[in-house]
Design a protein around this ligand. Structure first.
Ligand SMILES: Cc1cc2nc3c(=O)[nH]c(=O)nc-3n(C[C@H](O)[C@H](O)[C@H](O)COP(=O)(O)OP(=O)(O)OC[C@H]3O[C@@H](n4cnc5c(N)ncnc54)[C@H](O)[C@@H]3O)c2cc1C
Length: 421
C-alpha cells in the first residue's frame, strides 16, 4: 500500500490540511507568513477537486458577470511558489489516534499537525429533478438546465422555484430573474416569516425591494411538502398550494459529511466538532479545526466565509506558536459587515452602520471580494479583467448612446424641415 508523505526524510515535521475551501486554502496561504520557520517542513493540502471556489461570487456565474477562472482558480496555480504540495484526492477516513489518513486511492498519509476544514454539504434533495447551489458542479448544472429551458419556444414562460430565504436563496433568485428577464417567473419560498433572518433590517428591506422590482413572488411561512418534475407543492397558512414549475433549486439547510460525523472525538448535538478557543480539537492539540464544521467552546460564530477566513490566520499562527513553544491565541471574531448580491449590478454592502445598496452597494461588494480572492496575483488579474470589461462596456454604451442621439437629432431635423414646408 503506498504511503505518501511527503519526503523520505522522516525527521521533517509534517502538516496536512484537509479541505481546500476557505478554511484549508487560506490556512495554507497564511502559513507563508512563517515561511522561514516552515521552510524545512512538509506541508500538504488535500482536496477532492482541482479548483478552489470563491463561493460568495458563485452567483455571478449564473448571469455571466464573471468567468469561471476568476471565481474558481486551480489550486496548482494558487500554490505555485509556496512550500505547499497539493493532492487532488478524497479523504476516506481519519485515524486521530494513529495520526494517519486514508485517501480514496488507498494511499496513507501521516501527519504531525492536522488542519480539518472539510465544510458541509447541502441538505438531501427531495426529488431527482431538484438542483442545489453550493459548488461549481451545481452552478454548471444550473446553467445547463437554464440553457435547456431558454432554448424552448420563445413564448414559453420559464417557471423557477427557489427554496430557502437565506442569503443563498435570495441572491440566487435575483440572479436567475435577471438572467431570464421577461421570460422568467421566479418564486422564492421559505417557511420562516421573513427573508434573510440573520441580516440587519436595512439589508432585509433592500432585498425585499430588489426582489419586488424583479417581479419575484415571495411565499413566506410556506412549508414545501412535495416536488415532482413539473409541480411544486407547499402549505401556506394551513392551505395546500400547487404550482406548475420547470425547475426547483433547493438552497435550504446543510448537513455534516459522513467523514466528520465518524470522527472519534467530541461532537455537538448538531454534529459539529467541539474545539477550544485556539481552534484545537479537545484533547488533541495537534489537530486544528475551522470553518463550518467547528463549534468553538463558549463562542458561537456563524457559518460564513468571513468567519472561516479570519480563523485561517489564527490556525496558521497557532501551528507556528505550538511548534515554537509560544503561547497560542484564542480566536476573536471581528464582524466586518454583510454583503449580498440582489441581481445584475445590484447589491448591498452594510458595514459599521453604513448601508450602501443598488449599483454602489454591488460595486463595493465586488471590490471587497476581488481584494479577498486568494493570492495577490490572482486578485490583480481579476481586478484588471474587471476594469477592462467595465471600460469596454462603458465605451460601447457611450458610442451606442451617441449614435442613438445622432439618429434622433436627424429625425428631429427632418420633422422640422417637413413642418416648415
Ligand atoms: C453559494 C454559497 C455562497 C456563499 N456566500 C457567502 C458569502 O457571501 N459570505 C460568506 O461569508 N459566506 C458565504 N458562504 C458560506 C461559506 O462559503 C462557508 O462558510 C465557507 O466556505 C466555509 O469554509 P470551510 O473551509 O469550512 O468549507 P468549504 O469552503 O466548504 O470547503 C471544504 C472543502 O473540503 C473539500 N472536501 C470535503 N470533504 C472532503 C474529503 N473527504 N476529501 C477531500 N476534500 C474534501 C470540499 O471539496 C471543499 O473544497 C456561501 C456558501 C455558499 C454555498
Amino acid at each position: 500500500m503506498p504511503r505518501y508523505f511527503f519526503s523520505s526524510n522522516a525527521n521533517k515535521p509534517r502538516i496536512c490540511i484537509l479541505g481546500g475551501g476557505f478554511g484549508g486554502l487560506y490556512t495554507a496561504l497564511a502559513l507563508r507568513r512563517y515561511y522561514r520557520h516552515f521552510q524545512g517542513w512538509d506541508v500538504a493540502l488535500v482536496n477532492g477537486s482541482q479548483r478552489f471556489v470563491f463561493t460568495p461570487l458563485l452567483y455571478e456565474l449564473v448571469t455571466g458577470e464573471m468567468e469561471l477562472w476568476e471565481i474558481a482558480p486551480p489550486y496548482r496555480e494558487l500554490l505555485r511558489n509556496t512550500p505547499v504540495t497539493f493532492y487532488c484526492n478524497w479523504v476516506e477516513s481519519i485515524d486521530l489516534e494513529a495520526r494517519q489518513l486514508r485517501l480514496q486511492d488507498r494511499s496513507l498519509i501521516d501527519y504531525d499537525y492536522l488542519v480539518l476544514a472539510l465544510g458541509k454539504t447541502g441538505a438531501r434533495l427531495p426529488h431527482e429533478s431538484v438542483l442545489s447551489f453550493r459548488n461549481l458542479a451545481d452552478a454548471q448544472a444550473l446553467d445547463e438546465r437554464l440553457q435547456q429551458l431558454e432554448s424552448r419556444d420563445v413564448d414559453a414562460r420559464i417557471r423557477v422555484g427557489v427554496v430557502g430565504g437565506g442569503p443563498n436563496g435570495v441572491e440566487l433568485a435575483g440572479k436567475i430573474a435577471d438572467r431570464l428577464g421577461k421570460r422568467g417567473e421566479v418564486r422564492l419560498i421559505d417557511r420562516g416569516d421573513r427573508l434573510l433572518p440573520h441580516f440587519t433590517r436595512a439589508t432585509q428591506t433592500s432585498a425585499s425591494k430588489a426582489l419586488d422590482r424583479r417581479g419575484i413572488r415571495v411565499s413566506l411561512q410556506s412549508q414545501v411538502t412535495g416536488v415532482t418534475e413539473d409541480c411544486l407543492e407547499f402549505v401556506q397558512h394551513g392551505e395546500r398550494v400547487e404550482v406548475p414549475i420547470d425547475l426547483v433549486v433547493w438552497t435550504a439547510g446543510t448537513q455534516n459529511r459522513e467523514i466528520v460525523a465518524n470522527l472519534d472525538c467530541l461532537h455537538t448535538a448538531s454534529g459539529k466538532l467541539v474545539v477550544e478557543p485556539t481552534l484545537q480539537l479537545h484533547d488533541r492539540p495537534e489537530v486544528f479545526v475551522l470553518g463550518d464544521i467547528a463549534s468553538i467552546r463558549d463562542n458561537g460564530v456563524p457559518e460564513t466565509a468571513q468567519v472561516t477566513y479570519q480563523q485561517a490566520g489564527y490556525a496558521a499562527y497557532n501551528i507556528w506558536a505550538s511548534s515554537t513553544h509560544h503561547p497560542l491565541k484564542s480566536f476573536q471574531y471581528l464582524h466586518l459587515g454583510e454583503m449580498v448580491t440582489l441581481g445584475v449590478n445590484d447589491g448591498v454592502t452594510h458595514s459599521f452602520g453604513i448601508h450602501l445598496n443598488g449599483a454602489l452597494g454591488n460595486f463595493v461588494r465586488r471590490l471587497v471580494y476581488t481584494q479577498r480572492l486568494p493570492t495577490n496575483t490572482h486578485s490583480l488579474r481579476v481586478f484588471w479583467h474587471w476594469l477592462k470589461r467595465s471600460i469596454v462596456s462603458g465605451l460601447k454604451k457611450l458610442l451606442l448612446g451617441k449614435k442613438k442621439r445622432d439618429r434622433q437629432q436627424k429625425k428631429a431635423c427632418k420633422r422640422q424641415f417637413i413642418n416648415s414646408l
